[in-house]
Design a protein. Structure first.
Lengths: 306, 507
């Protein structure tokens, strides 16, 4: 048994494993990045799931109508940003509880996309976004060729890190999320920063949503985001509201799945179900060990009033 | 005298139900320190928040350097050369000193943060004014005294010509206050004008060139330290003569009421907060614990009152161990507790005053019989306490949150003093309370002692500890580092002990 396992481990194509894991992690990481921007500025955003779902639907529908995945992508991102701004109006302007607002957005998105799907139907296939060969890893089989949005995601993790920690914008965002009064008395417009970061978060969720309908399958099915927005939030917390660790946390969820596929391929006598539980087991371990030490932005969830 | 830098004319600001500023006139000359003195709620902070653009006045004009200005936001104020050091610091704990200083005034191209040249400027400003601080340190790792320096640097970095300091000494040790004053004098020498907001008479007398006193939103008068003395200022603030010194007879200690043995308590952050502390408090004496806040006093009090289980050691009340984390057991054993954070432990903000006045005894007769509350008895009881303790309130049914801080505190004191008391644990009993009420609360504490209660007083106000205590214990980093007799204790020596400098204090 052990020997077979070792033998299989020796035969696994690790590059393929990495590629598959990155691919599966794409929407999760986008959701995590969306969460990081919103929450670093102090606004809880559990509506990412709904924003992704909305984007997935809009991407599909517009891509079909315009016969262009690019137009679809743009429309999906715009739709998600608009919903993010709605969350902003509810929670920043009217200072409603942010968890309630986010929940409302999730329910609303599930309802409206399901309704439209039934009314308008979804027979046609949407045009796909292209896969891309990344220079440098182009010639590496199975890793070099990935969906375009997966490469965008990898780049975005770097960009988000830079923006948060090396730019004026990032400094202000972090200040607003930690102690808005400090930012306000230093002349930084707290609520403007929060709206803008929510919009950025919405755009991230929009890109994540596009992955479902413009890469994975070319059609929409109700609730197709299946909780990946929430897993993204979990990755954000594991990653302590920091982009690169959040991406690694997202991989923690997707590597076991890819591994399960490989095990099956090589006929390892380990039930698929056991490997499928791995992400959850890892989640529990991580929750127990990591989350206690994680520190959310201090002003998270608190509306700012002078 | 030079021309005024600032002239505020007839500033009026109304909030629902109160006139916070009622036609206030205030001016500031170049290079002077003008103190704004008044009790809590007198309107000092409101006036300065108007000047700093956080509030808009309902009436009145602000003239700066001979020009009329309207200040809509802190951004406007900063642009006009106004800097403010708020009472509650506005520093982001997770950012570095430099990052905090440049926040909102960042330099750099294409939005990319430049920290190198600001860092050098921060260091230069720190050097020039004796505001020693490491520009790269994370603010949360700095003691409050140093954080305040960062606040001042922040204002100077923005070229502030007028600096407002709101209750700047509230969080400082005596030595740090000296240091702050030296900095302020250096600033004034270089032409900065300073508005110094305070309710502490001693400090105002020591640092100000001029003093303007506010009471209930109005200017009562202006004077100078040369013309006034503390008693005069106090009566201007309160509107009647005030006793500044507590009169008390020598203590007559009786049997031991509270004894604490080798107590070890952890803080919320799981660090050792109280480290092997032992002491006794006898009936008829006041033991004062002096120390800079955050040296374990809060945890010590919580352990004694049953709010926090100690990890080691024991607390005996009249020779019997107190069950840990059972506040009611402590109350039944005759302990009264005026907690340091009344909002957290002292009152239920959204409940009526009369309910708050029976929080520790509501379950017993005469307030409850067979599980039913007698609201009428509770109200009568409340009316009696309101009279006796001079709680200023429209009636006993208003929510306690609607009272001023000083009156909330008097209500908490009233409740704790209204039941038979063997031990009084009073933590920061006069925090946020005006001079008149301080006098009253101090009298009641001494009265409790004279009636045979043992009193443990914990206060960050050194003057309070010195004037009330029969014995003084100094706490530093969780340990008792010194014990002095209350009557012969030397203020400077206690100050040194509070800084952990036991060697210097004993020589």
């Amino acid at each position: 048994m052990i020997e077979t396992l070792l033998e299989v481990l020796g035969r696994i194509d690790y590059l393929f494993l990495l590629g598959a894991s990155l691919r599966a992690a794409t929407p999760i990481v986008f959701a995590a990045l969306g969460g990081i921007f919103s929450e670093r500025s102090g606004v809880i955003n559990i509506g990412l799931e709904g924003m992704m779902l909305t984007s997935a639907y809009v991407c599909y529908k517009v891509a079909v109508l315009a016969a262009s995945p690019w137009v679809g992508l743009l429309a999906g991102v715009v739709a998600a940003v608009l919903i993010a701004l709605l969350h902003g109006v509810i929670s920043i302007r009217y200072q409603t509880n942010q968890v309630v607002s986010g929940t409302v957005i999730n329910i609303f998105a599930a309802g409206i996309t399901g309704f439209l799907f039934r009314v308008l139907g979804a027979q046609e296939s949407a045009p796909y976004l292209p896969n891309m060969n990344m220079p440098g890893v182009r010639d590496v089989p199975l890793l070099g060729n990935q969906p375009m949005l997966t490469w965008v995601m990898v780049g975005m993790v770097g960009l988000a890190t830079f923006v948060l920690f090396r730019t004026t914008w990032g400094l202000r965002t972090r200040a607003v999320g930690e102690l808005p009064r400090a930012a306000d008395t230093a002349g930084v417009p707290v609520n403007t920063i929060r709206y803008a970061n929510l919009a950025i978060g919405g755009a991230m969720a929009g890109l994540g949503g596009a992955f479902f309908t413009l890469h994975t399958v070319s059609s929409f099915t109700p609730l197709m985001t299946s909780g990946q927005g929430f897993i993204g939030l979990a990755a954000m917390i594991f990653g302590n509201w920091t982009p690169l660790p959040a991406m690694l946390a997202a991989l923690l969820f997707t590597v076991p799945q890819a591994l399960a596929g490989q095990f099956q391929m090589f006929g390892v006598p380990l039930p698929y179900q056991i490997i499928s539980t791995l992400p959850y087991v890892l989640t529990i371990i991580a929750l127990a060990g990591v989350v206690r030490r994680s520190t959310p932005p201090a002003a998270l969830g608190v509306p700012y009033a002078k | 005298m030079s021309e005024p830098v600032l002239h505020m004319r007839n500033i009026t600001k109304r909030f629902p139900g109160v006139v916070a500023n009622d036609h206030i006139c205030f001016d500031l000359n170049k290079g002077e320190i003008h103190a704004l003195l008044g009790e809590n709620g007198a309107g000092k902070t409101t006036l300065m928040n108007i000047f700093y653009g956080l509030y808009q006045p309902d009436e009145g004009e602000i003239w700066l350097n001979g020009r009329r200005v309207t200040i809509h936001s802190p951004r406007d104020a900063i642009a006009l050369g106004i800097g403010m050091v708020h009472q509650h610091f506005t520093l982001v704990p997770t950012l570095s000193v430099t990052e905090n200083v440049i926040l909102g005034a960042e330099t750099g191209q294409l939005g990319i943060l430049d920290t190198r040249s600001p860092r050098a400027r921060v260091a230069a400003i720190a050097q020039e004014y004796g505001l020693e601080v490491d520009p790269d340190a994370l603010v949360r790792t700095l003691p409050v005294g140093v954080q305040q320096r960062v606040e001042i640097i922040k204002a100077l970095y923005r070229n502030a010509q007028v600096l407002i300091l709101d209750e700047p000494t509230a969080v400082l040790t005596p030595l740090e206050v000296e240091r702050l004053f030296a900095t302020l004098r250096a600033l004034v020498q270089r032409g900065v004008s300073i508005i110094f907001i305070s309710h502490k008479l001693k400090e105002v007398m020591a640092i100000a060139d001029r003093i303007t006193v506010l009471r209930q939103g109005r200017v009562v008068g202006s004077t100078t330290p040369a013309e006034a003395d503390e008693a005069k200022l106090a009566s201007m603030m309160v509107g009647r003569p005030v006793m500044l010194q507590v009169e008390k007879a020598p203590a007559q200690p009786g049997e031991v009421v509270l004894s604490v043995h080798n107590l070890k308590v952890m803080s919320d952050r799981r660090a050792v907060a109280v480290d092997g502390v032992s002491f006794e408090v006898r009936a008829g004496e006041i033991i004062g614990i002096a120390g800079v806040e955050g040296n374990g006093q809060s945890e010590l009090v919580e352990a004694i009152t049953g709010l926090r289980p100690p990890v080691h050691g024991e607390v005996l009340l009249c020779g019997r161990p107190l069950p840990h984390a059972l506040p009611r057991a402590a109350i039944e054993a005759g302990m009264s507790h005026v907690p340091e954070d009344r909002h957290k432990y002292g009152m239920v903000a959204q409940q009526p005053l009369f309910v708050n006045l029976v929080l520790s005894t509501f379950h017993k007769p005469p307030f409850a019989r067979r599980g039913l509350l007698s609201l009428r008895t509770m109200r009568e009881h409340a009316r009696r306490l309101i009279r006796e303790f001079d709680v200023r309130t429209p009636n006993e049914q208003v929510r306690i949150a609607s009272l001023s801080g000083g009156n909330q505190q008097k209500a908490v004191v009233a409740r704790e003093f209204s039941r038979p008391m063997r031990l009084l644990v009073a933590a920061q009993p006069t925090r946020g309370v005006d001079v008149g009420s301080i006098e009253f609360i101090h009298k009641r504490i001494v009265q409790a002692r004279d009636q045979g209660a043992a009193v443990l007083l914990v206060s960050a106000e050194l003057d309070e500890v010195m004037s009330l205590s029969d014995r003084i214990l100094v706490m530093f980093k969780g340990k008792i580092v010194g014990e002095r007799d209350g009557r012969s204790a030397d203020r400077a020596e206690i100050g040194l002990l509070m800084m952990g400098k036991a060697e210097e204090a004993s020589t």
